[in-house]
Ligand binder design. Sequence first.
Ligand code: 1CP
Length: 344
Amino acid sequence: MINDSIFLKALNKEKLSTPPIWYMRQAGRYMPEYRAVRKNFKNFLDMCKNPDVCCELAMQPIEAFNLDAAILFSDILTIPDAMGLGVKFLEGEGPVFDNPIKTNKDVINIPPFNPNDLDYVYKAVNNIRRALPSNIPLIGFAGSPWTLAAYSIEGRSSKNFNSTKDFIKNNEEESHIFLTKLTDACFLYLRKQVEAGANVLQIFDSWANLLNKEQYKKYSLHYIEILIQALKNDSVTKNIPVILFSRDPKCDPQFLVSTKADCLSLYWSMNNLNINSLNNKIALQGNLNPEVLLQSDELIQLEVNKILEKFKNFNGYIFNLGHGITPNIDPNKVKYLTNLVRSY
Ligand code: 1CP
């Protein structure tokens, strides 16, 4: 039964003797099983368009580490691709857009988002839900409107997203129009994922760190708040817990709490949080620096103990990393870490 899930219990702020465990980017290049499947596809997005392959990939970390939650295998850039921006993942380069947003006209000309264009994603959700044990929830996800806008305007990944920063300065009105279109698309997309079987939703604001405090509220948090409100007001999604991951935000964590997310996924450097004041108000997830997994077993143990001590008295703590597992991490270290947390 899904109600037996310790992950859902933690999201519901229940006190548990052992925290549930899952990892951001738990399926991916660090696993040899993943690389064996990946080599059959030139363009990563073509692989995401195959629901049977997505199911196999989402199940790999569940089978390898016996985790307490699965995450849909897909990518956040499916939405800009469906909006006609032509997303490709090139070898060693990451995502590249054929038609990035360059002018304010490009924003106006974006065709209306049709959630049915992403049927391949909902089919993957359905396959994964059916493959999972009944007590293991499936996490559906979307990028935050701001993070999707940043990729769509920049046209690729970047260290500092300077074109995006210039665009929002020079085209304020169109930036808000674009963010509104993305917010609507995220809502329709997440609702379809829930209809297909997703039990929990996570919003990835992976480029929160680009904005200063004032900009962050205006260009990102504002739209996340609208998105969460739409999910909470909809009959299909109203009872689905929403987790918010924000990478290194330049604002008081209290602003993240006011989005009404059910759970905050804490970036590894996010230590300016008064945990006691949040007890019973919101669930918390994450916070271990993924780079710890490149260290010796002794060092991993030391860092894990610090995290588990920190959240010991918190009702609703979910063990996770403070960002995704990177390709250079040894799967044996992931196994070691998982066993450490379970035997704490
Ligand atoms: O070549 C390959 O094998 C592609 C590697 C890869 C994988 C495995 C990419 C390309 N995306 C994914 C899957 C993925 N992406 C998942 C499902 C797998 C899982 O989590 O188990 C999820 C949830 C994502 C989400 C995602 N994609 C985020 C948010 C999370 C985060 O890490 O902050 C972001 C920012 C992306 C964009 C993306 N996808 C892939 C790349 C190379 C990038 C760009 C990253 C960058 O800008 O640096």
